[in-house]
Design a protein around this ligand. Sequence first.
Ligand code: ADP
Ligand code: MG
Length: 324
Amino acid sequence: MKEFELIKQFFTEQPVKRKDVLLGIGDDCAVVSSTENQNIVVTTDTLVAGVHFPLGTSPKAIGHKAVAVNLSDIAAMGAKPSWISLAITLPEVNDVWLSEFCSGVFELCEFYNVQLIGGDTTQGPLSITITAQGITPEGKYLSRSGAKAGDWIYVTGELGDAALALLHLKTQVLTEKDIIDQVQNKLDFPKPRVLMGQSLREYASAAIDLSDGLLADLGHICQASNVGANVVLEAIPLSDAMKASQLFDDSINLALNGGDDYELLFTVSEDNKVGMETALSHAGTVITCIGQINASQTISTTLNNKAVPIRSSGFQHFSAKKST
Ligand code: ADP
Ligand code: MG
């Protein structure tokens, strides 16, 4: 199958047809309409085989994850996702692989009413780049730079499961099938906190999504906001699967430094705290207060009110440590 047949067969037919897409797949560019009183947020993320997902990952999970990591960035901005484009590099054309990949992509697109409006298809080592766009009311986007001393730090969901799945792939630390399946599912099918992000627009002073690890990503908020933070280790939310793994100290380390959670971390002023908690109690995702912003310019951690030394090793490309 050649490039154009492939595009027609796999990417042109899709579940979502938005009114604001004037031209989708098939021309030199896509054309979308926008209105005066909105902002458009734009993000791009690449997934490289063997770096961002283990080589044995299912095509459906790869498709899901490629979209999810981008929608997670859109969520962190408080925006509503609207359009994606997909640049895919494939070693070969494999119909079964491609249709499963597309089912992963389009399932998430359908759920969030996101339309695939263009892309590029090339041959080479497997790599997927998605650009996602989203919409906010004018001036109402979240950023990393608004945290102030005294603000409370919250995270959505539970942390460290994806890192536990990766650790298990390397060193078989887990024995129970149930637990292995649960953490593997978190690694393969992360849930971008899209609705949560939009609900936070009115309340959060800063937000980021957790892709590199809690300490690293909180560090990005602190740097952008020119503040420091203290994290209360016993407050960090861990899943039942993580607790049942009985890895104890490792659990906190995975939650602090493991990447790939795709939960949101956000800060809220004392004044907005109660309003935010009430508003978000209906959002269907657990949120947990894990610490407080301060003026120190550094990040500290405490356990039962005692300071504990920090071990930070969030993922960075071009450093010795690789995520998979
Ligand atoms: P051009 O040569 O003008 O860059 P292409 O021949 O690469 O266009 O692509 C033809 C059309 O198919 C374009 O509208 C492009 O956006 C779309 N397209 C190509 N690859 C993909 C893909 N993987 N997913 C979605 N749309 C794609
Ligand atoms: Mg092209």
